[in-house]
Design a binder for this molecule. Sequence first.
Ligand SMILES: NC(=O)c1ccc[n+]([C@@H]2O[C@H](COP(=O)([O-])OP(=O)(O)OC[C@H]3O[C@@H](n4cnc5c(N)ncnc54)[C@H](O)[C@@H]3O)[C@@H](O)[C@H]2O)c1
Ligand SMILES: [Zn+2]
Ligand SMILES: [Zn+2]
Length: 390
Amino acid sequence: MKALCWHGKNDVRIDTVPDPIIQDPDDVILKVTSTAICGSDLHLLGGLVPTMQEGDILGHEFMGEVVDLGKNVTKFKKGDRVVVPFTISCGHCSYCESEEYSLCDNSNPEPELGQKNMGHAIAGIFGYSHMTGGYSGGQAEYVRVPYSSVGPVKVPDELGDEKVLFLSDIFPTGYMAAVNADIKKGDVVAVWGCGPVGQFTIKSAWMLGASRVIAIDSVPERLKLAETFGKAETISTTNSQEVYSLLMDMTGGKGPDCCIDAVGAEAHGTGKMEIIKDEVKDIVKLDSDHPYALEQIIKCCKKGGNVSVPGVYVDTVEIPFGAAMNKSLTFRMGQTHVQAYLEPLLNKIKNEEIDPSSIITHRLKLEDAPNAYETFRDKKDGCIKVVMTP
Ligand SMILES: NC(=O)c1ccc[n+]([C@@H]2O[C@H](COP(=O)([O-])OP(=O)(O)OC[C@H]3O[C@@H](n4cnc5c(N)ncnc54)[C@H](O)[C@@H]3O)[C@@H](O)[C@H]2O)c1
Ligand SMILES: [Zn+2]
Ligand SMILES: [Zn+2]
């Protein structure tokens, strides 16, 4: 089959690789019908994530049709259309039992790599390095889905792929980001980053009772979408001092109650010094995480406020922790526990409370994936979200 494979920093290619086969009795094989590129894939493209190996198949946002089943699978039959959480979870360890699926103790077959890098391994993730299990991803014609009884759901025929595909990651991720911000009715919520995750975070903040949602980015079409799809007020980042001043003006000097970092490790510095610092760090290969959004959040968040971090960080991050401590900020973060949110969010789509397909700007073939990665990374041609079909 054809699949998008990682060959090193800024080098992804369509290769011909062996078709996946059933390995465990709870596996299903899907013929992929739609797959998307995520901001998290850009961290792989940029070479930020350790333990990638040449030839790894990428992709953790996908759905497809069941074409083969392990002997224990009763939940699905051949021909079912299934959307798959990007986190792979066993369903019965203590973490899965408390619905913290991305922390599953059993689904990562290479836990020693996670232990070495982070102290403990997290769950397996499709197409996301050997630290998260080395599972082949779904930017491919076919994919093996292990632990198929935990999480993947059958979708009704009347909902097309584009409406449900983002249940695999970014809709639950935006929703969990809002849940983690512990939004109380009437809270002012500020969201840094108006990429796909930011867009769903904004929508979810309203669902959880925000009275105002303020979205921050520098890309005009993403800010525009935050206004039209998200009904948010927006701030275009020019420099960090200006973002602080504007947010204080908008909140009577108090700062937002809840601040959400939907940017992650590859935040753009906005001041001249920050840009120079980034260039130096890149040259000498110092810690690669650039926490500019997080830095601003700590400064802008109200005293005693909540900070939620769906944005992915990989390495050591230099942040003003003293300010966070003294301001009594509460932090919550993590890879999304997709399985916990998939069914309730599917119901919101069925009830037409949200149409996730509104954020798609590029529809391409899988063989265009190497160019699509570049277009998405460089935000060329108004690109906000790419969906590919094999
Ligand atoms: N926690 C999870 O499980 C999970 C799941 C999916 C994605 N993510 C992460 O969420 C983040 C966002 O994903 P995405 O797909 O929306 O990516 P994206 O790269 O398309 O979007 C990031 C946005 O942040 C903006 N940005 C950059 N620097 C900024 C700054 N200093 N201030 C404000 N905005 C800034 C960019 O212009 C861009 O629009 C990524 O780090 C991704 O890895 C996490
Ligand atoms: Zn993702
Ligand atoms: Zn588990």
